[in-house]
Ligand binder design. Structure first.
Ligand code: E4P
Length: 269
């Protein structure tokens, strides 16, 4: 499984890439806002170029804003042509993009995905909450699908009550309500279950579309996402650090350091 970094924060991106284990970046409008707020406002176009340069030629997902297929197609083409010389741009398209002012739901994400994919522009279909959305995105020619594991867990937790924090581990086998019944969303008991189901479907039909597990919230969830067969997990910087950290590793390192004798130091001279 590959690791992408889920941030638009340039400092985090540079730090994570320096470790040599990151192979892509995902952004969204909220992550861009967070990065902009941290910078105290910035020229976003120049900032995106810096992100692309920092990505060292690996895929960088940039999200469109439109509600109709035509808008998303035009925005995708614009982003792609504007930034393609700076890095490997991937256009992020919401599977089911919007509700308009008249409460009409637009189901145009797949159409935009097909239009862009047919022009060999890589598409990452985002906000995927069910295996059937992922199946349709794969049929439409998506290069990546982004199932939001953490947000499914948030949704299930909310139904159960407030005992879980957003970053807490959520049992991949699900949680029960006060009557002892498993809490489900469209039959799914956890975010990891969502990834597992998509992986089985893609394997059954040999889809080339890659599962880019998103909305990852803690190290243990990333482990289970890897077990479930995701091709990629996109991970926020604090979760990436959590994956590296263990108190016994630190304790062991301290003991080794305490035991260094002068003769051992001489080996390095
Ligand atoms: C990445 O592609 C997603 O936009 C991101 O993982 C969403 O994460 P969140 O649910 O923590 O906001």
């Amino acid at each position: 499984m590959k690791i992408f970094i889920d941030t638009a924060d340039l400092a985090e991106i540079k730090d994570a890439f320096s470790w040599g284990i990151v192979e892509g970046i995902t952004t969204n409008p909220s992550l861009m806002k967070k990065a902009q707020d941290k910078q105290g406002g910035t020229n976003l176009e120049e900032y995106v170029k810096k992100i692309l340069v920092a990505s060292r030629g690996t895929p960088v997902s940039l999200e469109v804003l439109g509600g109709t297929a035509e808008e998303m197609y035009a925005q995708g083409k614009k982003l792609y042509s504007k930034f393609k010389n700076y890095g490997a741009v991937v256009i992020k398209i919401p599977v089911n993009p919007s509700v308009d002012d008249n409460s009409k739901v637009h189901y145009e994400g797949l159409k935009a995905t097909k239009m862009l994919s047919e022009e060999n522009i890589p598409v990452n279909v985002t906000l995927v909450m069910t295996p059937e959305q992922a199946l349709l995105a794969a049929i439409a020619g998506a290069t990546y699908v982004s199932p939001f594991a953490g947000r499914i867990d948030d949704h299930l937790r909310k139904q159960r009550g407030k005992e879980f924090g957003k970053l807490d581990y959520f049992n991949k086998h699900g949680i029960k309500d006060s009557k002892g019944n498993l809490i489900t969303d469209t039959g799914l008991v956890s975010g990891v279950h969502l990834i597992n189901s998509i992986a089985s479907i893609f394997r059954n039909y040999n889809f080339k579309t890659q599962i880019l597990a998103a909305s990852t919230r803690n190290a243990r969830q990333v482990r289970e996402i890897a077990e479930a067969g995701a091709h990629i997990a996109t991970i926020p910087f604090p979760v990436l650090k959590e994956m590296i950290h263990h108190h016994k590793t630190l304790e062991g390192m301290k003991a080794f350091t305490d035991d260094i004798v002068p003769e051992y130091r001489k080996l390095f001279e």
